[in-house]
Design a protein around this ligand. Structure first.
Ligand SMILES: NC(=O)c1ccc[n+]([C@@H]2O[C@H](COP(=O)([O-])OP(=O)(O)OC[C@H]3O[C@@H](n4cnc5c(N)ncnc54)[C@H](O)[C@@H]3O)[C@@H](O)[C@H]2O)c1
Length: 297
């Protein structure tokens, strides 16, 4: 009786063990199949990724080459610039710096190693006159009309902003007057505020229609205040007066340069002054125009 019971118990245990073993074997099988499946999909994914990486690399390589070329051309494009120590390097503002004279002055001061800010409203000036400096760490170009105030920190100001050739300054006489009066006042105010030295680009036109030849600086001129050129001539004369008033009253350091007819590269084709007209006519194989003004008294 006891023996039978023990035997039944053992058979029941064996059956459970068998079930457990079968279940374990099943789990092991499923796990190994799953592992193989994961490995397989991983390797498929890896080869797919490698292929894509290769294709991308082939696509990007010529672009990388182009970028390298561009970087090279960028680093090579600036004219040589001297190194100046912090103490000697000046922060210089050039108004009208995109014009004919201003752009050459920009070149000179940049090559001397200074920090140059060009302010221009591009009335007669062109961006391309200074484009070879765009991007240089010492250079800045601001599109601004000097008739509006400007707030900037500088050590020196070269104030050249003004149309210079008769067709340009007679095109809008009121604007020419504003540029030379309000514009100059703004620049002198700035010079006073930041303690900068200012140079005014004046003109031989302050002598008007002179009765003395050649004109020296003691000569006061012979100017018609209501003539067709008065907006420029009188504009520059009052600009000079303002400079000296700021010097005497406010202690601003000023310089005035009376420039006579200047010509050279970057001058506008339609400038309209005699030397550039001659050069243009000669280049086009035309006769040179000489007009004579005779005054009989
Ligand atoms: N070139 C000469 O023979 C000559 C002779 C005498 C005096 N100047 C003086 O030298 C300076 C430069 O003359 P240039 O021959 O180079 O002339 P330009 O016309 O080539 O240059 C004048 C520059 O001033 C800019 N400008 C004009 N009005 C402005 C304003 N309101 N705000 C900001 N910018 C303005 C123009 O866009 C231009 O870039 C002028 O002041 C001119 O009176 C020149």
């Amino acid at each position: 009786m006891v023996r039978n019971r023990v035997q039944r118990l053992l058979t029941a245990i064996n059956r459970r063990m068998m079930k457990l073993l079968i279940a374990l074997a099943l789990i092991a099988y499923v796990a190994s199949v799953w592992g193989n499946f994961v490995n397989m999909s991983r390797s498929i994914q890896e080869t797919g990724e490698q292929k894509m990486e290769k294709q991308l690399e082939e696509f990007i390589a010529p672009l990388r080459e182009k970028i390298r070329d561009l970087e090279k051309s960028f680093t090579q494009k600036y004219p040589p610039v001297k190194f100046l120590s912090e103490k000697d390097r000046k922060r210089i503002l050039i108004t009208g710096g995109a014009g004919f004279v201003g752009s050459h002055l920009t070149d000179k001061l940049m090559m001397d190693g200074h920090e140059v800010t060009v302010v221009d409203n591009f009335f007669t000036g062109r961006k391309r006159n200074v484009e070879h400096w765009i991007g240089h760490e010492n250079f800045e170009l601001i599109n601004h009309d000097v008739v509006e105030p400007l707030y900037i920190e500088v050590d020196q100001i070269y104030h050249l902003a003004s149309p210079a050739s008769p067709p340009n300054y007679m095109y809008n006489p009121i604007k020419t007057l504003k540029t030379n009066t309000i514009g100059t006042l703004n620049m002198l105010g700035l010079a006073k505020r930041v303690g900068a030295r200012l140079l005014l680009a004046s003109t031989s036109e302050v002598y008007g229609d002179p009765e003395v030849h050649p004109q020296n600086e003691d000569y006061w001129g012979h100017v018609n205040p209501i003539g067709p050129r008065a907006c420029y001539d009188e504009g520059k004369r009052v600009a000079e007066t303002m400079c000296y008033a700021y010097m005497k009253q406010e202690g601003v350091e000023v310089r005035v340069a009376r420039i006579f007819n200047t010509f050279g590269p970057r001058m506008h084709m339609n400038d309209g002054r005699v030397v550039s007209n001659f050069v243009l006519q000669a280049l086009q194989g035309e006769s040179l125009t000489v007009s004579i003004n005779c005054m009989f008294k």
